[in-house]
Ligand binder design. Structure first.
Ligand code: CA
Length: 223
């Protein structure tokens, strides 16, 4: 049974999310503030964290930083507004996906499954070490280095980079990336692609991923 930690200080929302995920077959625990979330993440060792941004103690951003500093765990962040999502991605908080309140429990469960599938699929990739220009992408240890220096990526950023690297020199449309990396067929999530590309550029340097306006993205490395 996969374990999920739900971090939310609003009891009604926490209970609804936990009940739905339990009904979907997950083991679920709830934390209601920043410090206890970090402590539960350590003791419960969840496969995924559903994390609200505004929390007592310290906020979801700080929870995310502290938890990810110990081990990379997928995070689905609950945000209050779309512009809050943009702001968080800009800060490089390290969440794998964002869902804006109010959301349906059905959508939440689908997103949770998509994030977990993505992490599993990435771990099962046969190609263990990929070298592209200045980048070394190691699937076994899930580490990325640029010019020998390790760069910390979230599981989604890692998967997005892997997808671009395996198809280097080819322009991938947002729809293709959305389907390959996020497992979504709909077009509504293309903004997620843009925001994660932004995060990758911030971490890896702006010279590797080229924007093809109106089409998509490609990883370009000079020979
Ligand atoms: Ca809250």
């Amino acid at each position: 049974m996969q374990r999920i930690l739900v971090v939310e200080d609003e009891p009604t929302i926490a209970r609804a999310v936990a009940d739905r995920l339990a009904a979907e077959g997950f083991a679920v625990e709830i934390a209601a503030d920043g410090p206890s979330a970090v402590e539960r993440a350590r003791s419960y060792d969840p496969e995924l964290i559903v994390l609200d941004v505004m929390l007592p103690g310290f906020d979801g951003l700080e929870v995310c930083r502290r938890v990810q500093a110990e081990r990379p765990v997928p995070v689905l962040m609950l945000t209050a507004r779309d512009d809050e999502t943009d702001m968080l991605v800009g800060l490089g908080v390290g969440a794998d996906d964002y869902i804006t309140k109010p959301f349906s429990m059905r959508e939440l469960a689908a997103r949770v499954r998509a994030v977990l599938r993505r992490v599993e699929r990435s771990a099962a990739l046969p190609e263990t070490m990929l070298r592209v220009g200045p980048l070394e992408i190691d699937h076994a240890s899930r580490r990325v280095r640029r010019d020998g220096t390790e760069v910390h990526l979230t599981p989604t950023e890692f998967e997005l980079l892997g997808c671009l690297a395996r198809n280097r020199g080819t322009v991938l449309t947002r729809a293709v990336l959305l389907e390959q990396v996020w497992d979504w067929a709909g077009a509504s999530g293309t903004r997620a692609v843009d925001t994660h590309v932004k995060a990758l550029r911030r971490k890896l340097g702006s010279d590797l991923i080229r924007t093809v306006h109106g089409v998509g993205y490609s990883l370009e490395v000079r020979a």
